[in-house]
Design a binder for this molecule. Structure first.
Ligand SMILES: C[S@@+](CC[C@H](N)C(=O)[O-])C[C@H]1O[C@@H](n2cnc3c(N)ncnc32)[C@H](O)[C@@H]1O
Length: 235
């Protein structure tokens, strides 16, 4: 399905090694998971943890952390760095069957689903929905936007929102990149209650290359009262 081996090659080449917690994740967890933080616990699962930038943040909050990541190279490194999490960080495709018995309070995704096709993203969002406790939240950041300059680069992949084979810009060598707009996000998250959605647009003035970075942040809740019966019709 949507998972690509390009990321493993990046990590083998020691690129894309982000290791500091992402500020949008820190802000949104603090804003939307206050009760959990006050209780000093909770179960959080990350889709595509990469080099583990967000791990120290969740451990500092005392949360029970787990993740599924597709690159064996980076998972091996994470197991060395966090031996206590060796059973909790697994190699796998998060658009396929869930790897853990779940009941999560939070599912986190920073720029991981957005490297998959629309079909694969729908599968991952369904898995996240099924894995969350009623009232649990999905927090997604840096889902690239159609307003990003590189939406016009590369080639169209499997569907109108997904592009690949970029030869310039920030997406060289990373395979599929999915670019969303508001109606598409509302459609993708139709089973959830969207409680926060914002588009970040950064227009570059120097160097004068007319570049625009644009991405979405979204917080979506699995309602406690409705939509908790799942169907598999979109698989
Ligand atoms: C842009 S990196 C983000 C890494 C990390 N979330 C961060 O914010 O630093 C995207 C990550 O998602 C992983 N990924 C993308 N699609 C995946 C899939 N279908 N299954 C598992 N991992 C996937 C890639 O291997 C890569 O590590």
């Amino acid at each position: 399905m949507g998972f690509s081996s390009e990321w493993d090659k990046c990590y083998q080449a020691k690129s894309q090694l982000s290791v500091w917690p992402w500020s949008d994740i820190v802000s949104l967890v603090n804003r939307y998971c206050k009760n959990l933080i006050a209780k000093g616990g909770g179960r959080v699962h990350e889709f595509g943890c990469g080099a583990g930038a967000n791990i120290p943040f969740f451990l500092a909050l005392g949360m029970d952390y787990s993740a599924v990541e597709g690159s064996p190279t980076i998972v091996r490194q994470l197991h060395e760095r966090y031996p206590d999490l060796a059973d909790k960080i697994r190699i796998g495709d998060f658009t396929r069957n869930p790897q853990f018995p779940c009941n999560y309070d939070i599912v986190i995704d920073r720029a991981a689903l957005t490297h998959n096709t629309t079909k694969a993203i729908r599968c991952a969002l369904q898995i996240a929905f099924d894995s969350l406790k009623p009232g649990g939240v999905f927090i997604g950041t840096d889902w690239f936007s159609k307003n990003h300059t590189d939406f016009n680069g590369g080639e169209q992949s499997e569907d109108e929102f997904t592009r690949n084979n970029h030869i310039k810009g920030q997406f060289i060598g990373v395979g599929n990149v999915h670019f969303s707009d508001e109606p598409h996000l509302r459609d993708l998250f139709s089973k959830y209650e969207i409680i926060f959605m914002e588009e970040k647009i950064f227009k570059r003035y120097e160097p004068k290359d007319n570049h625009q970075f644009a991405s979405w942040n979204i917080v979506a809740r699995k309602s406690s009262f409705k939509n908790t019966v799942t169907t598999s019709k979109r698989y």
